[in-house]
Design a protein around this ligand. Structure first.
Ligand SMILES: [Fe+2]
Length: 202
């Protein structure tokens, strides 16, 4: 998952350097003609009362530097396909339908402790024009004070993970894979995943 340690000793000023989150390609579907929602609920774009179709999920985590210090006020852009695997993007030729209640593009900022969270739907897998099938994934860019990381988040248990060229090009693919779990006993239909993001310098 998002965060692992490359040193596990305790104590000492040089201890506990975190492993940097692997980068991924931007891909062809960064929104070019949309404005991001400046909210952390992608399932209700523009304050809509209708909800996007799909499995509701929450993604939570912190943005840290490799020393473990939080990165406050980092800007996070999120973009993703809808539950049918379709991006709201003019270059997406997938014949799957758009969801009128899902834009799939939002911009967040981490708080003073480096925390962020957002609610969305699990994106669908989709075919590429080259004949690949991409597993469900969420694109993110993270702009800290010193670093800009572009990456993608994937989900455990997806059969297409094993063959995805982009995921498996990462130096440590497992750091990009999250596990969805029930949000709470009250919200059994919503799932939550933890994804900590480690920048080199913050
Ligand atoms: Fe994608």
């Amino acid at each position: 998952m998002g965060q692992t340690t490359s040193k596990t000793q305790t104590g000492g000023p040089e201890a506990a350097a975190l492993a940097i989150t692997p980068p991924q390609i931007v891909g062809p579907f960064y929104p070019v003609s949309e404005r991001p929602d400046l909210a952390n609920d992608l399932t209700r774009p523009n304050g809509s009362t209708a909800e996007a179709q799909g499995q509701l999920i929450h993604v939570r985590g912190r943005v840290l530097n490799r020393s473990g210090a939080p990165v406050p006020h980092a800007r996070i852009d999120i973009w993703q396909a809808n539950a049918a695997g379709k991006y709201r993007h003019p270059s997406d030729t997938n014949p799957a339908p758009l969801d009128p209640n899902f834009k799939g593009f939002a911009r967040l900022t981490t708080d003073a402790s480096g925390h962020y969270s957002f609610r969305t739907i699990k994106p669908g897998r989709y075919p590429t024009p080259e004949g690949d099938v991409r597993p469900p994934h969420i694109h993110l860019t993270i702009e800290g004070q010193f670093d800009c990381l572009v990456t993608q988040l994937y989900f455990a248990g997806e059969g297409d993970n094993a063959t995805d060229r982009w995921l498996n090009a990462a130096p440590h693919p497992e750091r990009l894979i999250v596990t969805l779990q029930p949000l709470s006993h009250l919200e059994k239909h919503e799932l939550v995943a933890q994804f900590d993001i480690v920048l080199a310098n913050g």
